[in-house]
Design a protein around this ligand. Structure first.
Ligand SMILES: Nc1ncnc2c1ncn2[C@@H]1O[C@H](COP(=O)(O)OP(=O)(O)O)[C@@H](O)[C@H]1O
Ligand code: SF4
Ligand SMILES: [Mg+2]
Length: 320
């Protein structure tokens, strides 16, 4: 369904270049769910936006790689074909629904625009109301004329999900869709996304900083640090037996503080600067196991019993 190979993305700020994502591979099979997990600034949103080809000059650039969607490289599509794919096949739920909704446009009109391609106009009002009701918006028919600010944050996010799902997408990209919401609303929305994904056979790319949320929704996880993949594999396996020291720290933080909204990061230190050429393991300055080799050579991603990890010490530990 979605296969990313060797993705490299840079942001361009005047003459400065900042490499936000480097050499990322990711696989998402049809009907399954993959979580992109990492601390803030690790490149999760950049990957999500790259799949929609929304990173472009002058802000940034996809510098290398392939993004295959249903067998074809999205990066080779014409602008009009890409617009068509975004209109019909990829749904997007952003972190901040208020920013995604036009404050001057009613809720009904927002969804109407997405449904217009697939539902005749005479049936659209009922279809919109039914869709919103199924997403937990009560008295939806009487609220179609309301504006986004008349809805709570949780209800706005349900509307954003309705817009994303109205087109019956093959792929749903949700970027921290519940981070801004209270815990009860958060669980309701996550359960909803999970149910709709399963019922409709949608593939999900789910961005979160929170392993416990990732586990609720996804079968696979890709752990990102400083724009690179540190570990990836089945999420239950990764969480019960994390191979990479960074993943261990993330999972350990969750276990110490299981509240769903808890911030993960209790790892001292800062990520490396996003320079062009990187020497050594990016996690070395913060890693308790780092040695001289780690500071000089960047470890490749290697398979350890069905889970891939980029760390010199994983294999060493297994053979000791
Ligand atoms: N528009 C932008 N211009 C310049 N740098 C950016 C921009 N957006 C993100 N970045 C930088 O790219 C890196 C990755 O950011 P992002 O993908 O947003 O991370 P995440 O979603 O994991 O928090 C960060 O260092 C961030 O500061
Ligand atoms: S390669 Fe070295 S620095 Fe990097 S995570 Fe492994 S032990 Fe730590
Ligand atoms: Mg982000």
């Amino acid at each position: 369904m979605l296969e990313i190979r060797g993705l490299r993305v840079v942001y361009l700020a005047g003459k400065r270049r900042m490499v936000a994502v480097r050499n990322v591979d990711l696989e998402l099979s049809t009907g399954s769910a993959v979580a992109l997990v990492g601390e803030s600034g690790s490149g999760k949103s950049t990957i999500a936006l790259s799949v929609m080809r929304l990173i472009r000059p002058p802000v940034g650039k996809i510098e290398a790689g392939r993004i295959e969607f249903a067998g074809e490289d999205l990066l080779t599509f014409s602008e009009s074909r890409m617009r068509d794919v975004l209109h019909k096949e990829i749904g997007y739920v952003p972190q901040d629904p208020a920013a995604a909704l036009d404050p001057l446009c009613t809720i009904g009109r927002h969804i109407n625009e997405t449904l217009s391609a697939s539902v005749p106009s005479s049936e659209r009002r009922t279809a919109i109301a039914n869709l919103l009701e199924s997403l937990g918006v009560k008295n939806a028919r009487s609220r179609l004329g309301s504006y986004p600010h008349e809805f709570s944050g949780g209800m706005q996010q349900r509307v954003a999900i309705a817009i994303a799902l109205a087109k019956h997408p093959k792929l749903l990209i949700a970027d921290e869709p519940t981070t801004a919401l209270d815990v009860t609303t958060q669980l309701g929305i996550l359960t909803l996304i999970d149910r709709l994904r399963r019922e409709n056979g949608i593939s999900l790319l789910f961005v979160t900083h929170d392993f416990s949320i990732a586990r609720l929704l996804c079968q696979q996880v890709v752990v990102l640090y400083a724009g690179e993949v540190m570990e990836k594999g089945p999420i239950n396996d990764v969480m019960t037996n994390p191979r990479h020291p960074y993943t261990k720290a993330l999972v350990g933080a969750i276990l110490r503080e299981p509240a769903p909204r808890s911030r993960l990061l209790a790892i001292p230190g800062q990520p490396p600067s996003p320079v062009d050429v990187r020497v050594g393991c990016p996690f070395a300055p913060r890693c308790p196991l780092a040695d001289a080799k780690c500071a000089k050579e960047n470890p490749p991603l290697e398979n350890y019993g069905g889970v891939a990890a980029a760390c010199w010490k994983v294999g060493a530990k297994a053979t000791q």
